[in-house]
Design a protein around this ligand. Structure first.
Ligand code: PMP
Ligand code: GLN
Length: 384
């Protein structure tokens, strides 16, 4: 069997969710909301299942959805994308990532990765034959620096895999970081594969800046999005890819032999959803901001050191001040002894470079967050 998959463990998200189910813990680990998603979008999907087309949709995605994606990104991010040649629908961002890496990499090509990184990146890069070159981002700001990029880029760099807003840190790269990244990509003739699934989940008046819109990047960026995060429907696995035609043509070849298509009823509902009023998207951010603030305040009152969250469903806690040095052991104790599941952030590093940060998902009802806070009450105090 292939050792890349044979030798790795089950994803931490699955492990923690299973433990939470088995023990009846409040699950603030895997990132999914309590909110069931907008009812009108779910009704559209139901209607399309009952009355719509349930056979293979076009390989590139329903024309209505591809047009809705182009319109949505013009409205929200000022991008001009041709729905015919520059937009493709995939079965989640995960398929888009896997397809992009398989399509773009040849064995031995180098891929620049930023740690902490989403757990799927490294195995997908390795299985596609890529050689990882890591940039370790430093807390609490997690910014890019010229020196770090200069160490990671080389004439063999083919792809840079970049996630913004960044899961798990819940930080957002600023204009300077993005300009630096674009400068290195153009100088080294690299393609930026940009995982922007959290583009709508940004707080405190922030606006997402897509890398594909930066000078020099239009022809060398693969932009990846996901309806899961835009509509609080993480199980739907409807993703989008945008890229200039020469890149898209090759991405489409990978897609046609991975999944070929994505359920047409869900595509129809997402096409409808992307056209919703600005109010919906502002409301999504406002609701999550409230939950973030409730949970941040609650944790701080209990004595936890919270690292502020700028976006995503997540916030992080620094457990070093509690005298803890092993996030995995801490999370095990949290779920088994206190009944709250969280994610040890060392799972997002190739070599567990950081072992004192724990991620919580706050995209939950007030009652869920309050229950978790109640269960966490003794934890920080005991250590203090
Ligand atoms: N990339 C990042 C950074 C994510 O956080 C997630 C899921 N939370 C994904 C990709 C996967 O998205 P999807 O469920 O659409 O495959
Ligand atoms: N992206 C989600 C998270 O960060 C998990 C997705 C998954 O379970 N694979 O929690």
């Amino acid at each position: 069997m292939n050792p890349i998959f044979a030798k790795i463990d089950t994803s931490v998200f699955e492990v923690m969710s299973r433990l939470a189910r088995e023990t009846g813990a409040v699950n603030l680990g895997q990132g999914f909301p309590d909110d069931p998603g907008p009812e009108d979008v779910r009704l559209k999907a139901a209607e399309a299942v009952v009355h719509g087309w349930n056979q293979y949709p076009p390989m590139m995605g329903l024309p209505d959805l591809r047009e809705a994606i182009a319109r949505h990104y013009r409205h929200w991010q000022g991008l001009e994308l041709d729905p015919e040649t520059e937009v493709m629908v995939t079965s989640g961002a995960t398929e888009a990532l896997a397809g992009a890496l398989l399509a773009l990499l040849e064995p031995g090509d180098e891929v620049v990765l930023f740690e902490p990184m989403y757990d799927a990146y490294l195995p997908l890069v390795r299985r596609a034959g890529g050689v990882p070159r890591f940039v370790i981002l430093k807390p609490p700001a997690f910014r890019l620096t010229e020196e770090a990029l200069a160490r990671a880029f080389s004439p063999k760099t083919k792809v840079v895999l970049f996630n913004n807003p960044l899961n798990p840190t819940a930080t957002i790269f600023g204009a300077e970081d993005l300009a630096l990244l674009a400068d290195f990509c153009t100088r080294f003739d690299a393609i930026a594969v940009c995982d922007e699934v959290w583009e709508h989940v940004v707080f405190d008046g922030r606006r997402h800046r897509p890398v594909i819109g930066l000078p020099g990047m239009r022809e060398r960026t693969v932009k990846i999005g996901s309806a899961g995060k835009i509509f609080n429907l993480t199980g739907w696995k409807v993703g989008f890819v945008c890229a200039a035609p020469p890149i898209m043509r090759v991405l489409a070849k990978a897609h046609q032999y991975i999944t070929f298509t994505t359920p047409p009823n869900l595509q129809a509902a997402v096409a409808y959803g992307l056209g919703k009023d600005d109010e919906y998207f502002e409301g999504l951010r406002a609701d999550l901001t409230r939950s973030r603030d409730r949970f941040t305040t609650g944790l701080r009152t209990l004595g936890f050191e919270v690292i502020p969250s700028q976006g995503t469903y997540f916030l992080n806690v620094d457990i070093a001040p509690l005298g803890e040095s092993d996030d995995v052991a801490f999370c095990k104790r949290l779920v088994l002894d206190h009944g709250v599941a969280a994610i040890p952030v060392s799972a997002f590093y190739a070599e567990a470079a950081v072992k004192t940060v724990v991620r919580f998902c706050f995209a939950k009802r007030d009652a869920t967050l309050d229950e978790a806070l109640e269960r966490l009450a003794g934890v920080a105090r005991r250590a203090a």
